[in-house]
Write a protein that binds this ligand. Structure first.
Ligand code: PMP
Length: 364
């Protein structure tokens, strides 16, 4: 049952039990309407109340200034990193892309289809950190600068991003896997986007937070559904039918996070990740996380077990028997990955560490 399982999936991933239970209670009858959110018109007042509250709570939780639009869209972060160049470029089709992992590379590949991209750092052989700012190549005339704040597959997160040095660049950031895990200084960013199926909600909804002066300047060839202006100008920000259920679920979770408080969430992320890294580093090479400590993710923690695929398979199987599930690493890198999103309780990480100790003893 849910109560016996700790789910380490990278996303879609665990959600707070309280949130799932609330959705269960409201499943057949939302707020006395006699119908389910799944059965509601996206143009109805009830649904507008749902999105309105989700947006308001997200703005409060993340302290998003009024001059930023908040959009709940579809198509995942992958559609957004494809749509961004269409929305932000004009005759000047120059962009800077900083690639520190699997997803930044996807964004880079798609941007190249639309314009001229400067690769800020030389392609890394393995994604295990980032080169020093002094070695970056930056096109000063580029329209914007794109990076991914937390690389979900590789476990690489920025903790000291050189904002000051880049203050003349328009920053565009993929925060799919670390949005709502720490505070954001919005004035540093032009646009932030996140596939919400991690800290925020179930799969289906993608959040775009975009400064209002950047909307409406899209290339003529931009398909309407990818055009932020179309969404912003439509009633309830619904240019077409949104993923109503996913937005509703995200709203419940945002409300839950708001009650908990971002400071507390941030503190727990630090505690949980330090616990796991400290244990891994103390095993003298039995478990290895390959990421430069200055760039280690607080959210997604990939590691190898003696670099031995057979042993890793056994690890995943035995962990599952103990109720520790979805620990297999991403297909592109293999190994193990423990994703410890906001909804992962500290007890889950403690149980994982105890299991790792036992596994190490039994499989020297
Ligand atoms: N960026 C990051 C950082 C991600 O973690 C993911 C999904 N895991 C994506 C982009 C792609 O998101 P989607 O599958 O929602 O398109």
């Amino acid at each position: 049952t849910q109560d016996e399982i700790y789910n380490f999936s990278a996303g879609p991933c665990c959600l707070p039990k309280e949130v799932l239970k609330k959705a269960q209670e409201e499943l057949l009858d939302w707020n006395g309407t006699g119908i389910s959110v799944m059965e509601m018109s996206h143009r109805s007042k009830a649904f507008k109340d749902i999105t309105g509250k989700a947006e308001k709570d997200l703005r409060t939780l993340m302290n998003i200034p009024d001059n930023y639009h908040v959009l709940f869209l579809q198509g995942g972060a992958s559609l957004q990193y494809s749509a961004i160049p269409f929305n932000l470029l004009d005759d000047n089709k120059k962009m800077n892309y900083l690639v520190t992992g699997f997803w930044g590379a996807g964004a880079f590949r798609n941007a190249k289809k639309v314009g001229d991209v400067t690769e800020v750092i030389k392609p890394l052989e393995t994604y295990n950190g980032c080169t020093d700012f002094s070695e970056w190549t930056i096109d000063k005339d580029a329209k914007y600068f794109h990076f991914c704040d937390n690389e979900t597959v590789d476990g690489v997160e920025f903790h000291n991003f050189p904002y000051e040095e880049l203050k003349d660049q328009l920053l565009v950031c993929d925060m799919s896997s670390n949005l709502c895990s720490r505070s954001v200084d919005w004035n540093r960013y032009g646009l932030v986007y996140a596939g919400a199926q991690k800290n925020v909600g179930p799969a289906g909804v993608t959040i775009v937070i975009v400064r209002d002066d950047l909307v409406g300047k899209q290339l003529d060839i931009t398909p309407d559904v990818m055009n932020y202006k179309k969404h912003v100008d439509s009633p309830g920000h619904c240019y077409n039918t949104p993923c109503c259920w996913s937005i509703y679920m995200a709203g419940l979770n945002i409300e839950y996070m708001l009650k908990k408080g971002l400071d507390k969430i941030e503190e727990e992320a630090q505690t949980k990740s330090s616990m796991l890294y400290d244990y891994i580093d103390g095993t003298e090479g039995y478990y290895v996380n390959p990421v430069d400590p200055a760039y280690r993710s607080r959210i997604n923690i990939p590691f190898r077990v003696k670099s031995d695929e057979k042993l890793e398979e056994k690890f995943v199987e035995e962990a599952k028997k103990e109720g520790l599930v979805q620990l297999k690493g991403h297909v592109s890198v293999g190994g193990i990955r423990a994703s410890i999103y906001n909804a992962m309780p500290i007890e889950g990480v403690k149980k994982l560490v105890s299991f790792m100790e036992k596994f190490k003893e039994e499989n020297p």
